[in-house]
Ligand binder design. Structure first.
Ligand code: 5AD
Ligand code: SF4
Length: 466
């Protein structure tokens, strides 16, 4: 993707891929004032927002849930599908209105949308009230950008690679489970996907830094870490060191942190070595999110996914036979350009063979700048919607059956908090990542308890402490 054509804006590009420590800014310049942070999109953005929160709080700001109270408003945006864009632009209307009444408010927009040339150009033309646009590679500079903002529009996005920064503060959402970045970016360039453009090249954190972070989290009492990467199986490939994702998983397991999860796995480089490590350690959870995207070999090729339907099914049977009680979930796109009924039937065939424990399903959304967005498409939106509905019916049936299989069983559940729907209950997750609402006293929050599963809903389970 090209560098946005910006007139007044200061732009920095092509930072070399280096390891650096962040400079932390502490100031009480905003003491007593509030910030409002809205996060869209995936776990990577949710975790980035934990960093944004720490930066804002280091400036003396306190969080508010009410946008109208805020001196600083930050939007952490998502670009994966068009509706993610629409949501953000819809929200900007409210901010524009607020800014008219309170011109002193500082508005900053970051996340994946800020890495898109067309979005940046639109912001310059139509949204001059946005003070700061920051990228996904330079979040750590947000504090400085806010301190130095003198009301002009200040756009600082990196167009390509970034460094791997260490020593960042995080204001984490939970005291029980924590996200840990193991790598940034993606080199897979699936033809429909904007992520390689908005997040840049794959950059792995050094293993010793990751282990140091996990050990610190363990000392702080964290019960679970989720290792985060667009494509965790590629971990280490860019480093030329003697380790890979399997080595990393084993080292993280040896820290004895009680629970380890990881997202997202690409079926292409999921090795037998990784499967062996997952099955060897009790603290690596038997839960794999394994995006299928399509079950048609023709479409998989056009998507640039690097595996066939048969190879995917083969991997799933290995996972099922080697990892005890493994739960498998997936992502599926329907309506890729020129997808035929036969292609769609191949997707359903995989779904019927794997019988997923859960799935996220999407209608293909063309993303500007990606190869798929230039492919001709003869499938109507109406047909795509029908396919999505047909797919969801089957997916929901399997996920319900997967929940029902657990009725009567005793599951180890890590309790995360009070249940939102029923204040007499707490909620948590099984090892296989099933959400359970549990009848239990509040003092079990933060602990792993045995729960007898008593009932299954479509998307959650009920249970009581056993
Ligand atoms: N259209 C629809 N879905 C997409 N995804 C990624 N790009 C697109 C797109 N252009 C889906 C994929 C991916 C998930 C995070 O979002 O299924 O795994
Ligand atoms: Fe996108 Fe493919 Fe990378 Fe996943 S692996 S982030 S779908 S390009």
């Amino acid at each position: 993707m090209n560098v946005p054509d910006l007139k007044k804006a200061k732009i920095r590009t092509n930072k070399p891929s280096l390891y650096k420590d962040v400079l932390k800014i502490n100031s009480d310049i905003f003491k007593g004032q509030k910030y409002f942070l809205k996060t869209y999109g995936c776990q990577m953005n949710v975790h980035d927002s934990e960093q944004i929160r720490a930066i804002l709080e280091n400036l003396g700001l306190e969080e508010t849930e009410i946008m109208e109270e805020a001196r600083v408003i930050v939007l952490n945006t998502c670009a994966i599908r068009e509706n993610a864009h629409d949501k953000v632009f819809g929200y900007l209307g409210r901010i524009k209105h607020l800014k008219k009444e309170h011109p002193d408010i500082i508005v900053a927009l970051g996340g994946c949308m800020s890495q898109e040339e067309s979005v940046v150009n639109e912001i310059i033309k139509r949204h001059p009230y946005i003070n700061i646009v920051f990228g996904t590679h330079n979040i750590h500079e947000l504090g400085n950008l806010i301190l130095n903002n003198h009301k002009d529009q200040d756009i600082e996005v990196y167009s390509e690679e970034g460094c791997v920064y260490e020593g960042m503060d995080y204001q984490r959402d939970s005291k029980i489970t924590a996200w840990v970045n193991i790598m940034y970016g993606c080199d897979k360039f699936c033809t429909y996907c904007i992520v390689p453009y908005t997040r840049g090249k794959e950059r792995s954190r050094k293993m010793e830094e990751i282990i140091k972070e996990v050990n610190l989290l363990k000392e702080e009492g964290y019960q679970e870490v989720t290792l985060l990467g667009q494509n965790v199986n590629a971990y280490g490939n860019d480093l030329n060191l003697n380790y890979n994702f399997a080595t990393l998983l084993e080292e993280v397991a040896k820290t004895n942190i009680p629970r380890i999860r990881f997202v997202t796995s690409h079926p292409w480089n999921f090795t037998s070595e990784m499967i062996d490590i997952i099955s060897k350690y009790d603290n690596i959870m038997p839960y794999i999110h394994l995006p299928l995207q399509s079950g048609s070999n023709r479409i998989l090729k056009l998507m640039g996914r690097r595996y066939t339907k048969e190879e995917y099914l083969d991997l799933v049977s290995k996972l099922k036979s080697k990892i005890k009680d493994v739960m498998i979930t997936t992502d599926i796109i329907v309506g890729f350009p020129n997808e035929t009924e036969q292609d769609f039937q191949d997707t359903l065939d995989v779904v019927n063979k794997v019988k997923y424990d859960g799935a996220y399903t999407f209608i293909y959304s063309p993303r500007e700048g990606t190869p798929a967005s230039k492919m001709p498409d003869n499938v109507t939106l109406e047909e795509k919607e029908k396919r999505l509905q047909r797919l969801n019916e089957i997916i929901n049936q399997y996920s319900k059956e997967s929940n029902e299989r657990l009725i009567g069983k005793v599951e180890e559940v890590l309790i995360l908090g009070e249940s939102e729907k029923d204040l007499n209950k707490v909620y948590g997750y099984t090892k296989g990542m099933k959400l359970v609402n549990v009848e239990a006293k509040k003092d079990v929050i933060g602990k792993t308890i045995n729960v007898l599963i008593t009932d299954a809903k479509s998307f959650s389970l009920d249970g009581k402490e056993n």
